[in-house]
Write a protein that binds this ligand. Structure first.
Ligand code: 6R9
Length: 635
């Protein structure tokens, strides 16, 4: 039996049981058989959730880029590591082999070294989805610098606060970026941000859109000439297993973003192992994750996980709607994509469009479909399954977080029977627990509660940069000796998990706990509804009542809103019961979303509660303009 590649359902249970019975032996065998080390570990795991302190493979030494690049050179040097599909479909796609990747990464490593970057220094990366982005992460890892990628859609204020929080010495950016038919002045944003960042000594600038930009003397340098002069050889820095690999910021429920710190060895092992199994990757498959590398999904499942497995990973620079809504399907056909990993928000956006966009393309290469980022509603699940997977590609609904580093609960394709809206079963090594409001574990099936994890897994974030106390308070104090995820979940009669949403999205109406996700699910089944978000607002009798913000499909048909309201409540009554009926339904042009596509319920909650003077920072939203429209409609 190979623990590394799980082939059938019975084997999953065997591997899972082994991973719980003897976690140290389990992870040790995987570490030994599938990775290259410079020095072996002294102990597999040391942990204490009270402090909290977690150490995997203490004493071991390695470099993650040897695992992601060098070790593949002998057998797979000419294999494509990265396919780059540009924003403009008429620009040629690039196929970067493992040999070429080695060349690019070592050159960039030498440029960074030349600018004085040393082991442990922080480097901010603010780049669009171009090859230099993946190369920059790997170059930092090669020389032991800690990368901090900031999604290149964040504002200058968001960028400067992240740069300052971790005191980055160098920033790697570009003159600009393409986004569909538009260009974005990234360098202008960086210039604004750096006004407030005295720690940054050097800005390395990639030329992408050939725009006129200003280069500040003594600080800004074009990257390409430096890469051309650099030598394509760089000895990897020898890293300790627990040395930080990167910082990635994630927003907290309040206050400033949390810089989650990930380790080297544990993160590598877990991202690689989950990638192999959850995407059923086999040579020479072409795998495509549509996320941006600015998010954890891109770190773990565009860069590190796939490359550690010697896979071919596709990077797409553009957006699903350019030049038209057939772009995703055109890319799948063009590159014969075998695994597609995307988000419910993208699925819903594409499902709104004419089905001919899909029908015009050959999607027969697809074998596995993935979903991540938020609960996938039933209608979107079926649309994805029927139209994209043609009912023959299993959907892996993968639940995890920036903090977990890798996928935690997910089906294993061709192995775990799927169930719409269920992330199904924990991955080997993951021990979930559902907790009640008194901090007591709820055992058995057909129960729901707050989702915690009882035991460490290799890629759990080790701290919040510069604020270990906040790390402890946020994740390890609500429930004794457990990691608290902040999500609610239910466990069905066979033990499958369904994530019901953030715990703060649960609304108590007349004493009944109602998750927003199941209500939104049922509303979204109405043929006229595109998307919806439910929040609670104060109510004299019920404590809370429900407010639904709903966007409609462009069907061309004009319907009376009053009738639609009745029909929506009828559907909710049918699916959940009259208790979940909405007191107010507002039809809106769009829902406020974070850059990663999550609905910002915090803002909707304030609007619903008529607390509009206190909306907080809306500048990092993907679509700040919809907030005003919604407020106008609310009054
Ligand atoms: C990977 C990522 C984490 C939060 C998480 C949960 C939600 C992610 C989900 C899901 C239901 C899924 N979430 N995947 N909810 N089903 N398959 O998205 O990380 O950006 O840190 O968000 O996203 O609420 O707690 P991150």
């Amino acid at each position: 039996m190979s623990n590394y590649s799980i082939k059938h359902f019975e084997e999953y249970f065997q591997v899972y049981r082994k991973s719980i019975r003897d976690p140290e032996l389990f992870w040790e065998e995987i570490a030994e058989e599938h990775f290259v080390w410079r020095k072996r570990w002294n102990s597999v795991l040391k942990w204490d959730f009270k402090k909290p302190e977690i150490k995997w493979f203490g004493g071991a030494q390695l470099n993650i880029t040897e695992n992601c690049i060098d070790r593949h050179l002998r057998t797979k040097g000419d294999k494509t590591a990265i396919i780059f599909e540009p924003n403009n479909p008429n620009e040629e796609a690039l196929h970067i082999s493992y040999k070429e990747l080695h060349d690019r990464v070592t050159r960039m490593s030498n440029v960074l070294k030349d600018k004085g970057v040393k082991k442990g220094d922080r480097v901010c990366i603010y780049l669009p989805m171009i090859p230099e982005l993946a190369v920059a992460l790997l170059a930092c890892a090669r020389i032991g610098a800690i990368h901090s990628v900031v999604f290149a859609g964040f504002s200058s204020t968001a960028l400067s606060s992240r740069i300052n929080d971790s005191e980055c010495k160098v920033i790697i950016t570009s003159d600009g970026s393409y986004r569909g038919s538009k260009t974005i002045d990234l360098k202008g944003i960086v210039d604004d941000a750096l006004e407030k960042c005295p720690c940054v000594e050097t800005a390395l600038v990639v030329k992408r859109i050939n725009s006129e930009i200003t280069m500040k003397k003594g600080r800004d340098l074009w990257l390409q000439p430096l890469l051309d002069q650099a030598i394509p050889h760089c000895e990897p820095e020898i890293m300790e297993a627990e040395d930080p690999l990167f910082i990635l910021y994630t927003s907290g429920s309040t206050g400033k973003p949390k810089g989650m710190v990930h380790s080297t060895a544990g993160y590598m092992i877990y991202s690689a192992y989950t990638f192999k199994n959850i995407f059923n990757y086999k040579d020479p498959d072409v795998y495509w994750c549509t996320a941006d590398i600015g998010w954890i999904t891109g770190h773990s499942y565009i860069v590190y996980g796939p490359l550690a497995n010697g896979a071919t990973t596709l990077m797409f620079e553009g957006v699903p709607s350019y030049p038209d809504f057939g772009r995703f399907w055109e890319i799948v056909e063009k590159h014969k994509v075998n695994q597609l990993y995307t988000a419910p928000t993208a699925i819903r956006a594409l499902a709104k469009e004419n089905i001919s966009f899909i029908e015009n393309h050959d999607l027969s290469s697809l074998k596995v479909l993935g979903s991540v980022g938020e609960p996938i509603n039933e209608e979107a699940w079926h649309w994805y399954n029927d139209n994209v997977g043609k009912k023959k590609s299993p959907i892996v609904d993968t639940w995890w977080q920036t903090e977990t580093g890798g996928i935690m609960i997910s089906p294993i394709p061709y192995c775990t029977p799927t169930k719409p809206t269920y992330a199904t079963l924990p991955f080997p090594g993951i021990q979930p627990a559902l907790m009640d409001e008194h901090g007591v574990e709820i055992k058995g099936n057909q129960v729901d509660g707050r989702l915690c994890i009882k035991f460490p897994w290799p890629s759990i974030a080790r701290t919040i940069w510069g604020d270990h106390q906040r790390y402890k308070e946020t994740y390890f104090t609500a429930y004794k000796d457990m990691y608290f995820t902040g999500d609610g979940a239910l466990r069905d009669e066979v033990g499958y998990y369904r994530i019901t949403g953030r715990v703060d999205d649960v609304i108590i109406v007349s004493g009944h706990n109602l998750g927003t996700a199941p209500i939104e699910d049922s509303i979204n089944e109405h043929p006229a509804v595109a998307e919806s978000a439910i929040v609670g607002f104060p109510h004299d009798v019920k404590g809370n009542a429900l407010y639904g913000f709903v966007t409609l499909k462009e069907t061309g048909e004009s319907r009376v809103h009053e009738n639609l309201r009745k029909e929506i409540n009828q559907i909710i009554t049918e699916h959940i019961g009259p208790i979940a009926k909405l007191d107010k339904i507002q039809f809106v042009t769009g829902l406020p979303k974070t850059r990663s596509g999550k609905i910002m319920r915090r803002i909707l909650r304030k609007i619903a509660g008529n607390d509009i003077n206190n909306l907080g920072d809306t500048s990092t939203l993907l679509n700040p303009e919809v907030v005003d429209d919604i407020i106008k409609g609310a009054l």
